[in-house]
Design a protein around this ligand. Structure first.
Ligand code: 13P
Length: 224
């Protein structure tokens, strides 16, 4: 099972120093870009939380896929719902292309709001975000229903399983490929034993619970 920790902007420097040496092996950890160098050269992999749709140039505050790759980063999240109000699907598509061009693996986050038609929304995001991409072998999809992020609420296992089947069918029908699909949204040590029973889930994208190494370790141990 793939375990990804999205540290968001939760941790300050002092927390990072305590945290970085105690992360379980094999997880993919996505810290604030500022702290990436502290996370390199461990037995886990490092991702950034976003990349620019540009290479290098006059883009204040942005981080490019070229820069991330050269620093030793191997993954990037793209399209997280906490960023999607600041970017279009066309821009997300350009970011994915830039990441792949620079040999970063992409974790594309998709998900619906409670008041949206789930299938319409997910189909729209997948077709627009992945437009023109012929090889999906370096793309993982993370299904993160927005109403479950940070709320302590998760869909039922049956709902998640159906949604992952739906995502895989869209990918199969439009790209003729298989993709791994993660679930994210309020995953923690209390619900992991239930969530891991979902047949078609390839792993989990974890926010708040991943910021505590002991908590993260309990989740990883449950999946081993
Ligand atoms: P929480 O696990 O804190 O709900 O966050 C999920 C998430 O947004 C991971 O990208």
């Amino acid at each position: 099972m793939i375990v990804v920790g999205n540290l968001k902007m939760y941790m300050a420097y002092n927390d990072i120093l305590k945290y970085k040496d105690n992360i379980p092996d094999d997880v993919i950890v996505c810290p604030s870009s500022l702290f990436v160098p502290y996370f390199l050269n461990h037995n886990y992999q490092v991702g950034v939380q976003d990349v620019s749709m540009y290479d290098l140039g006059s883009h204040t505050g942005e981080i490019s896929a070229i820069q991330a790759k050269q620093m030793g980063v191997s993954y990037t999240l793209i399209g997280h719902s906490e960023r999607r109000d600041k970017e279009t699907d066309e821009e997300i598509n350009k970011k994915i292309l830039k990441a792949l061009e620079n040999n970063l693996k992409v974790i594309l986050c998709i998900g619906e709001n409670k008041d949206e038609d789930k299938e319409d929304k997910l189909k729209y995001q997948l077709l627009n975000d992945l437009k023109g991409i012929n090889d999906l072998s370096n793309i993982i999809i993370a299904y993160e229903p927005i109403w479950c992020i940070g709320t302590g609420i998760t869909p039922t296992n049956a709902q998640i399983e159906d949604t992952i089947n739906f995502i895989q069918s869209i990918i199969q029908n439009n790209f003729n490929e298989c993709v791994k699909v993660l679930y994210g949204g309020s995953v923690d040590k209390n619900n992991i034993d239930t969530l891991k029973k979902i047949d078609n889930v390839a792993g989990f994208l974890i926010g708040k619970a991943s910021t505590d190494c002991d908590h993260l370790k309990e989740i990883v141990d449950s999946l081993r």
